[in-house]
Structures are given as C-alpha cells and as structure tokens.
Design a protein around this ligand. Structure first.
Ligand code: ATP
Length: 672
C-alpha cells in the first residue's frame, strides 16, 4: 500500500493508528486493498462521537434542520439528473508498465534523463541469427537490417506509438533465411520513454525497459543499441512521468469515479446501478417528502450522514483520499434573492462574502429573514468553523480556499473550502501551509432541485403565501424588475442544461412560466451545501491530537511517550477507572461501582493491571482525557476523604479529589 514514506510524522501516525486500534488496513490478512480502511475499537468510538456531535449540532440543536437516512443505491436516474453519469470524472494518466493510474493534476514533478526505447526483439532468436556471423560483423549486420527507420524527434514520441521500422520481406530460402525471418519477425516496435532519476545508474532504466517488454510478450527482451536513445539534456520537474516507475504517462483521459454494480439476477444495461458517490442527491430526491412530513418551511435544511464511494484514481495520504468513506452533508434550502427582495424590500448585503473574502469575519449569529444566498453562505462557513473549534481544531490549524470563477461549477455562485493543515499538506514558496480540504461549503443556486424536476417530471418548487401576498402589493416597476431577474436566471440555467432537442423558444417559454410563478407564490428553492468528510475529519483530529514527549531517566535511558490530546468531546474513551491495587477486593468492588455509575452516560475503560503510571500511559496514548483512581482514602482511610476519588488530567498530569456523588456531573460538564 503506497503510504507517504517520506513523511515521518505521517508514518508515526499510521503506525500508532494500527498499534492502538484506531485504523487498520482493510483486508490486511490478504495484503490489503487500496483505498479502503477499517476503524478499530478506538477509531470506531472516535468516529461515532464525531458523527453524533455533527448530527446533534446540525439537527437536534436546531429547529430548522430535519434528518434523513437514505439508501446507498438509488435509481440510476438520480445520477443522470445530477450530472454524475456524464461529468463525474477525474482526468487521469496511466503508467504503461504498471498500469497504475494517477490523477493528471496530482503527478509529483520528476527530474532526470529521459531514455527512449524504440522496441525490442527476442534475445534467443536474435542471437541465433547473429551467431551465423563472425563476431566483428554482428553490429554492422544489425544496423543494416534496422536501417529503414527514422529517429522520431524528441518530445514527439508518445508511449505506445510505433516506430516506423518494418521487417524485411525477402529472406534467403535456406536455414540462414529461416533464422533471420524468425529473428526479425520477433521484433516489436512499442516505443517507450523512461526517466532515469538523477544519480541512478543507467542499468536501472535498461532493466525497466526490459521489464516492460517482458510484460508485453518477450521471454527475454533484446534491446538494440541503435534503438536506445539517451536524451542529451536533463528533464526538470516534469509532470509527465510516473513517480514510481519513471515511465512516460499515457495522455490524460477522463475516468468516471462512480462505482457500478448490477441489480437482479441478469447482468444487462438495465441492471446497472451505482454506489452513491455523495449523500447529497438523496436529500434532493426526497426534498418534497421531507418538506411535507417535517412541517418545515424554507429556509430549512435536510441533514444526512452516510457512506459514499468513489473509484478514486490515486487513493493516498492514509484515509484522506479513500474509495469508501463517509460524508456528513447538509442541504440548506433558501429563498432566491428575488423572493427575499419581493417580501422584505431588499436583501441583506454581506460585506466581503463568498468569492471576495477568505476571512469568515463577523455576521449576526441569528439568521435574519432578509438574508439572501450570500449571508446564508457566510453564515454556514462560520457555523462550520465554530463546530471544528468546538471539537478541538483551533482556527490556526484551519485554512480556507475560496474557489475562483474558473474552479466553480457553472451553476454554483460560491464555494468556500475549509482546509486542515495535515502533516502531508504542501508548503508554498514562502513556506506557508494552506492545508487540504476537510469540507466544502457551496452555494449551488437552484440547480439540483431544478435538475430533478426536469428529469423526474415531478414539481420541486414550493408555495409561499407570504410571497404571493407581497407580490400583489409590489409597484409594477419593482415586480417587473424582479420578474426579469428571475427570468434571466432561469433562462441561463435552462440553456446550460438544455437537452439536445430543446429549442431557444421552448427554453424562453419555460423561463417565462417559472418567472410567472412568483406572482402565485411559487419558486424553486436555492441551496447552500456544507459537505464534510468524516474520515478526513478523523484524520485531522488524530493528527491534531498527536503529541510526543521524549524523556531521559536517571540511567540515561530515553523513552518517547505519545499522548493523544483529543478534545474530551471526541475522545474515544472519556475516563479510565482504576482501582489502586487489583488484589484488594474492596478497592476493586468500589472501582466497579464507579464504572457502573458512569457507564450509561459515557464510554469508560476499567483497568486494574500494571502500575498506575503504566495505566496512565496507556490511556494517554488512547487519548483518554480523565483517569479516575479509587484508593484507600475512597474507602475512608482518611475519614474526610470517604467516597472521593482522584481525577488525573491527561494534558497536564494534575490531579484533584472529587466526591463520587459529584463525579458524573463533573465529567458530563467536560465532555458535552
Ligand atoms: P477532493 O477535491 O479532495 O477530491 P471534492 O471537492 O471532490 O474533494 P466533495 O465532492 O466536495 O469533495 O465532497 C465533500 C467532502 O467529502 C470533502 O470535503 C471530503 O471531506 C469528503 N471526501 C470527498 N472525497 C473523499 C475521498 N475520496 N475520501 C475521503 N473523503 C472524501
């Protein structure tokens, strides 16, 4: 499994995750499967806590968000409507040797000397023919027979292209002729380019070329000297060579990331279905059902947590880019700006929002009725940053990427990515780390609901009596202006998403109907989408929590101890419960009582083996924020301390005495 070996911190993290049972390679006993990861006992708890906290913050803590749990496999029509069938593709390039694919925009730059190999023959056959000639004539013979060949110019040769060599057609009608025929018909002319990294011996590139020809049908490839061409200068920082094999990559090709499956007993074009590549589409498809059953009114959101699958070309950076992962997505439906303006007279303008400003800045935390998409977008960026802060990712560990016009999907108005500074995140030329994407918050206009309306034929609009009443009172000038703006937006969408047989007249007519709907109180809601990855967040929390201390004892022995400084809210185990000694039944009994007291409320870990110091160290590595020790004072050795326990804090090692009767409230106040 390709892991970032050059990153020592990542190596330590990956190794701790396995050693302590946070994350294991999926199918490890069979050598693993690329892009799939399993969460062990501590990882499963951590993940569960994160999802619970998200769900809590997004749904139960709010009046304006309802939950959904949809299936992974849905009607393939959904993916047609969403655009995934046609456009959900990464451009990728393939290594001709290993067939490994890399994303065209993610090839690590390589430097070295390029070698072109214009083909090979089968050694045994070539040698049999050469043996017919005296030694000193052999090279000359080969050159003669390879003559009808022109050297292609450098840079024009692409892997897989043939060189123009053609074998002779006439052979003498004797033994020599037969051997010659065999030798020269064995020659294949697959051209390959391989980069020899600076400092590596030439043999390594020859070996690779032979590996390629071996993989392409030769028992023992024979490389002709005249067909092995060394580039005169050095190639610097080229993104055209595979970083592992050095082979020139194939031209970029789109590669659909959706995983396919078949439904039912007969595999046919009709049985094809997809494992969802995102959870969001189910929310759009169920929009009407949720709206009707939850008694919500726009603005409101639908939240979902669940698995998503993408056939990523290059899964990498541990769990960061996996093929199976989980998402936590909210679709927050809002009124179009024209509707806000019709009802409230104007739309609240946010200074420096969306595409202009990376600083989440300040916005009233209480949503206001006159907020348009800009304010809602900014609001959700801020809410999400607050969520991350609340589980221990400080603002300094985060970054922002505001998508440029060129990066944005044609229907999107803005998209702000919240980044985390992972150990593998790249530095820019000034040494600053921007980070890698944890979550994207997109203002997606009314694209998704409109698409499902068009593809399913079912109305996705809403009726708003406040709009109808307000519209009736608008001065004609104002209603005309709003009508026109809404009409233009709809026409723009309809034009971009038009089916091949739709005419401009039909599009105008549809846009007119849509704009006429405003007067009747009808519109298609717009949406703001905060879409976060659970696995990336878990990795961020693990990287953020990882801390080591190296101590040297009196005898000069050094030891490195790891403490996982998880925020108590996400920590997999909230408290370790230790009887001071395991051979004192009264201590054990009391400690077990404490465990039973806490257990219904939080995940605790009872441990009676080893010294207290060892038990602390084990819990530090698991990231347990509190350890509770039951000692003789708990039993009343000092009467004033009867029924009290010691709490030891993970991060500073400080201890304090707490009454058992107050322990639960004390811990709950820290972990909630
Ligand atoms: P990227 O550009 O990194 O491929 P994306 O922009 O395609 O990500 P979205 O489609 O916006 O990602 O998905 C929303 C979130 O889902 C991402 O912010 C990320 O946290 C998570 N996610 C997406 N793809 C993966 C993956 N392959 N492995 C793990 N998490 C992922």
């Amino acid at each position: 499994m390709a892991e970032p070996k050059e990153n020592p911190l990542m190596e330590k993290i990956v190794s701790l995750c396995k050693r302590r049972g946070f994350i294991f390679q999926s199918s490890e006993i069979y050598g693993g499967i690329n892009g799939f990861w399993d969460y062990g006992p501590l990882g499963a708890e951590l993940k569960r806590n994160v999802k619970e906290l998200w769900w809590h913050a997004m749904t139960r803590q709010r009046d304006d968000v309802a939950g959904l749990e949809a299936t992974i496999i849905m009607s393939p029509q959904i993916w047609k409507a969403s655009g995934h069938v046609d456009t959900f593709a990464d451009t990728m390039r393939e290594c001709p040797l290993t067939k490994k694919r890399v994303r065209a925009d993610q090839v690590e730059p390589q430097s070295g000397t390029a070698y072109t190999f214009l083909g090979a023959g089968e050694t045994k056959k070539i040698e049999a023919w050469l043996n017919l000639f005296p030694h000193d004539l052999r090279n000359q013979k080969i050159k003669l027979l390879l003559k009808p060949w022109e050297q292609p110019a450098f840079g024009n040769v692409l892997a897989g292209e043939k060189n123009p060599y053609t074998p002779p057609t006439d052979y003498p009608d004797n033994l020599e002729g037969r051997i010659q025929k065999e030798a020269f018909e064995s020659i294949k002319r697959d051209t390959i380019l391989v980069l020899l990294p600076i400092g590596k011996p030439e043999e390594s590139v020859i070996k690779k070329a032979k590996e390629y020809y071996y993989a392409n049908g030769f028992y023992e490839p024979f490389l002709f000297e005249a067909w092995t061409i060394k580039q005169s200068g050095q190639t610097l920082d080229s993104i055209d060579y595979h970083p592992e094999s050095g082979f020139l990559l194939s031209p970029p090709r789109p590669f659909n990331l959706m995983m396919e499956t078949n439904l039912g007993p007969v595999v046919s074009a009709d049985s094809k279905a997809y494992l969802r590549p995102e959870t969001a589409q189910a929310i759009f498809a169920q929009f009407k059902n949720v709206l009707e059953t939850s008694r919500q009114r726009v603005p409101f959101g639908i939240a979902q947590v669940g698995k998503a699958f993408r056939n990523e070309v290059t899964p990498r950076n541990f769990t960061f880019r996996s093929r199976e992962f989980e998402q936590m997505e909210l679709e927050f439906f809002i009124k179009p700006d024209e509707v806000i303006e019709a009802i409230h007279g104007s739309v609240f303008r946010v200074h420096g929002s969306g595409s202009e400003n990376s600083d989440p800045g300040t916005l009233n935390r209480e949503p206001q009725p006159n907020w348009g998409w800009e304010a809602w977008h900014k609001y959700w960026v801020e809410e999400r940053v607050r969520f991350y802060e609340g589980i221990g990712l400080s603002r300094e560990t985060l970054g922002f990427h505001i998508q440029t016009k060129e990066e944005l999907a044609h229907y999107a108005r803005a998209c702000t990515d919240i980044l985390f500074k992972f150990p593998f995140s790249k530095k820019d030329e000034h040494g600053n780390v921007a980070g890698d994407e944890l979550e994207g918050i997109a203002a997606r206009s009314d694209f998704d609901l409109s698409q499902h309306q068009r593809f399913s034929g079912k109305p996705m609009g809403v009726f708003d009596d406040e709009l109808r009443a307000a519209w009736a009172k608008l001065p004609k000038e104002k209603s005309d202006e709003l009508w026109k703006r809404y009409y233009e937006n709809r026409k723009n969408y309809l034009t971009k998403s038009a089916k091949p047989d739709e005419t401009p007249e039909q599009i105008s007519q549809q846009a007119t109907e849509d704009a006429n709907g405003l007067a009747k109180g009808q519109y298609i809601p717009h949406v703001i989408e905060p879409s976060a990855g659970v696995d990336r967040l878990i990795l961020a929390l693990i990287a953020n929590a990882y801390s080591e201390i190296t101590e040297t004892d009196d005898k000069g022995k050094t030891e490195t101890r790891v403490t996982m400084k998880f925020h108590p809210r996400v920590a997999p185990i909230k408290a370790g419960i230790f009887p001071l000694l395991k051979n004192k039944p009264e201590l054990v009994k009391k400690a077990q009582e404490v465990r039973e007291l806490l257990r219904p409320w939080m995940n605790v870990f009872y441990d009676e083996s080893g010294s207290i110091g060892k038990r602390y160290a084990r819990q530090d590595e698991a990231g347990t924020p509190f350890c509770v020790t039951i000692d003789f004072d708990t039993l009343g050795e000092k009467p004033e301390l009867l029924d009290t326990v010691t709490i030891r804090y993970r991060d500073d090692g400080k201890q304090e005495r707490v009454k058992i009767s107050e322990l639960l409230d004390f811990l709950l106040s820290k972990i909630r």
